[in-house]
Design a protein around this ligand. Structure first.
Ligand code: NDP
Ligand code: OXD
Length: 306
C-alpha cells in the first residue's frame, strides 16, 4: 500500500516531511512521480488532475487537503472509493475572523477612507448603520462564523439545506425560505459547498431580493458567483459592495474588472488556509483507517457532494 500526495500549485517539502513523521511505516510519494500506480490506495489531493483517478486501479480513499471537495472529480471515482475532507477548528476560526474583519471594514468605511487618504481628503462620516448578517451555509465554517459574529454584536441569520438550531441565530432552510432569509440583510456571506445545486446561485435574481446597500462576501467558490450579474448590480447601485476571496479563474486574470472596481475588495483565496500542523493528525488517522478498513474521519457524503 502506498500514499500519493497530489497537492498541486505549492511546494510540498514540509508536508511530505510531516506526513513521513506521522506515518513512518507507509510509503509516500509525490505526484507526478509514482513508482507503481497499482500500489496507491490513498491519495491526499488538492486540485488534482481529473485524469489521475482512472490511473489508480486499487484506490480506496481520497483525502481532500481542504474543506472543499469540488477540486476532486467525484464523478470519475469508482463507487468503492471513499472521500474525506478536512474539519479543523483553526480553519473555521480563521474563516470567521476573515468574515468579521471584512464586515467591520465595510461598516467602518475603511475602503472609503483609504480612497480619501490617497487624495488627501478629510471627510468624517458615521459608520454604516446596518447590523444584519446573513450566512448561506451553516456547516463547519458557517456555524463558527455565525457564532463569532453574534459574539461581536451582529444580528445573524443563516440558511442551509436542512433546518438548524443555533443559539442566537435565526435559521432558515430550503428554497422556500430563501427569499425571506435574503430580505433585510446588510451583509451576505456565501459559505456553501460548490455543487450542481449551488453553482451560479449568486446571480441577478438573488441580488434583486437583497436590500440595495447589501455587501456580498463570497468566501466559498468562484463558481457560485455569476460575475457579470455582480458587476451589473454594483454599477446600477443594486448592491453596496463585494468582498471576493475566490474566483472562477484563480489567480484572478490581470485584466479582470474586479481588480480595479471601486466597490470590490479582492483577496487571493486566503480566507482560511489549511494549516499543516493542525490537520496532519487527521490525515494520518485516515491513512491508518484505510489500512485497517475502519471508518474514516470526516467522510464526505458522496450523494450530497459535500
Ligand atoms: P460544510 O459541508 O460543512 O457545510 C455546507 C453547508 O452548506 C451546510 O450547512 C449545508 O446544509 C449547506 N448547503 C449545501 N448545499 C445546500 C443547498 N443546496 N441549499 C442550502 N444549503 C446548502 O462546508 P464548510 O462549512 O466546511 O465549507 C463551505 C465551503 O467553504 C467549502 O466547500 C469551500 O468551498 C469553502 N472554503 C473556502 C475557503 C477559503 O479560503 N476561501 C477555505 C475553506 C473552505 P446542510 O447542513 O443542511 O447539509
Ligand atoms: C478549502 C479551501 O476548501 O482552502 O479548504 O478553499
Amino acid at each position: 500500500m502506498s500514499v500519493l500526495v497530489c497537492v498541486t500549485g505549492r511546494n510540498n517539502d514540509k508536508l511530505m516531511a510531516k506526513l513521513s513523521d506521522a506515518i513512518p511505516d507507509v510509503k509516500i510519494e509525490q505526484w507526478p512521480y509514482c513508482e507503481d500506480l497499482s500500489s496507491v490506495q490513498f491519495v491526499l489531493a488538492w486540485n488534482a488532475p481529473d485524469n489521475l483517478w482512472q490511473q489508480l486501479p486499487n484506490l480506496k480513499v481520497v483525502q481532500s487537503y481542504g474543506a472543499g471537495v469540488d477540486g476532486i472529480a467525484l464523478d470519475k471515482l469508482k463507487p468503492c472509493v471513499s472521500v474525506a475532507r478536512i474539519v479543523d477548528q483553526k480553519l473555521s476560526v480563521d474563516m470567521a475572523e476573515y468574515v468579521l474583519s471584512h464586515v467591520l471594514a465595510n461598516k467602518l468605511r475603511h475602503r472609503e477612507y483609504a480612497a480619501n487618504q490617497s487624495e488627501g481628503y478629510w471627510k468624517p462620516r458615521r459608520a454604516m448603520g446596518g447590523n444584519e448578517v446573513g450566512i448561506l451555509g451553516l456547516g463547519e465554517l458557517g456555524k463558527v462564523t455565525a457564532e463569532v459574529l453574534v459574539r461581536h454584536g451582529f444580528s445573524v441569520r443563516g440558511w442551509s439545506r436542512t433546518q438548524k438550531d443555533l443559539p442566537k441565530v435565526a435559521c432558515y432552510a430550503g428554497e422556500n425560505q430563501l427569499e425571506t432569509f435574503l430580505s433585510e440583510i446588510d451583509y451576505l456571506v456565501c459559505l456553501l459547498p460548490l455543487t450542481q445545486q449551488t453553482k451560479g446561485m449568486l446571480n441577478a435574481k438573488l441580488f434583486s431580493l437583497l436590500p440595495a446597500n447589501c455587501v456580498v462576501i463570497n468566501v466559498a467558490r468562484g463558481q457560485h458567483l455569476v460575475e457579470e450579474d455582480l458587476l451589473a448590480a454594483l454599477d446600477n447601485n443594486k448592491l453596496g459592495g463585494a468582498v471576493l476571496d475566490v474566483f472562477s479563474t484563480e489567480p484572478l486574470p490581470e485584466n479582470h474588472p474586479f481588480w480595479s472596481h471601486s466597490k470590490v475588495t479582492v483577496t487571493p483565496h486566503v480566507a482560511a488556509v489549511t494549516n499543516m500542523d493542525t490537520v496532519i493528525a487527521q490525515i494520518a488517522a485516515n491513512v491508518n483507517a484505510c489500512l485497517d478498513d475502519t471508518p474514516l474521519e470526516n467522510q464526505v457524503n458522496l450523494s450530497k457532494g459535500y
